[in-house]
Design a binder for this molecule. Structure first.
Ligand SMILES: [Cu+2]
Length: 210
């Protein structure tokens, strides 16, 4: 590799890394994928458009490091593409709320609490759904919430949840039927590294013309 190419690629990496330098994880690269929660009478229903043959992607941004609790995502394959959202009127009853409980998942899948898409600075990144010995159930505000999923190794992952009406302590309230949904993930080698290489090529060819 020539010196000019090396300089061009180095400067293009710097140009691509603005998000990483700010210390916040990447959220802009994936469209939202909503897990729609509705209520039919006293039954909770859950719907998602993904499946084991059309999972969302977890991507790794090697070398990036993030601020505070978000550092849990450093060098992990991750995404906040999935978001819990209410579909229609859902009334859990006075004093109750919706709870989401992990029923089962592929080993080594991790989850961190997110929030509104792109409002990353406001998110706790607290471990949830059993990650780092956290509780298996999580109280959902009912507002759109995009939690962060992460895995250390490439491969396919899935997680199945029960969505139920609970009291303020998370105890299931009698008279409601819980819903269930399975989320699917595929951790793949980052296209980000390819993007950096191709940007490097563009910079290099510009440099040559000049
Ligand atoms: Cu959303």
């Amino acid at each position: 590799m020539s010196l000019i190419n090396t300089i061009a690629i180095t400067s293009s990496i710097a140009a691509c890394s603005t998000v990483a330098l700010a210390g916040l994880p990447n959220a802009h690269t994936w469209p939202m994928e909503h897990i729609m929660i509705s209520m039919n009478g006293t039954s909770i229903e859950a719907h998602v458009n993904t499946s084991s043959s059309s999972p969302i992607l977890l991507e790794r941004f090697a070398g990036e490091s993030y601020d505070g609790n978000a550092s849990a995502l450093d060098d992990m394959y991750y995404s906040d593409q999935y978001g819990w959202i209410l579909d229609g009127i859902v009334d859990p009853g006075a004093g109750n709320s919706l709870w989401i409980e992990l029923v089962s998942q592929t080993n080594e899948l991790e989850t961190y609490e997110g929030g509104r898409r792109m409002m990353i600075g406001d998110q706790t990144f607290d471990p949830i759904f059993g990650t780092d010995s956290s509780a298996m159930n999580w109280q959902w505000s009912g507002m759109m919430t995009h939690n962060w999923y992460a895995a250390q190794s490439a491969g396919d992952y899935e997680a199945t949840y029960s969505i139920y009406v609970g009291d303020s302590a998370g105890n299931a309230v009698d008279g409601y039927i819980a819903g269930e949904v399975t989320l699917n993930f595929r951790a793949v080698p980052a296209p980000g590294s390819l993007a950096i290489l191709s940007m490097g090529t563009v910079f290099a060819s510009r440099r040559k013309r000049a």
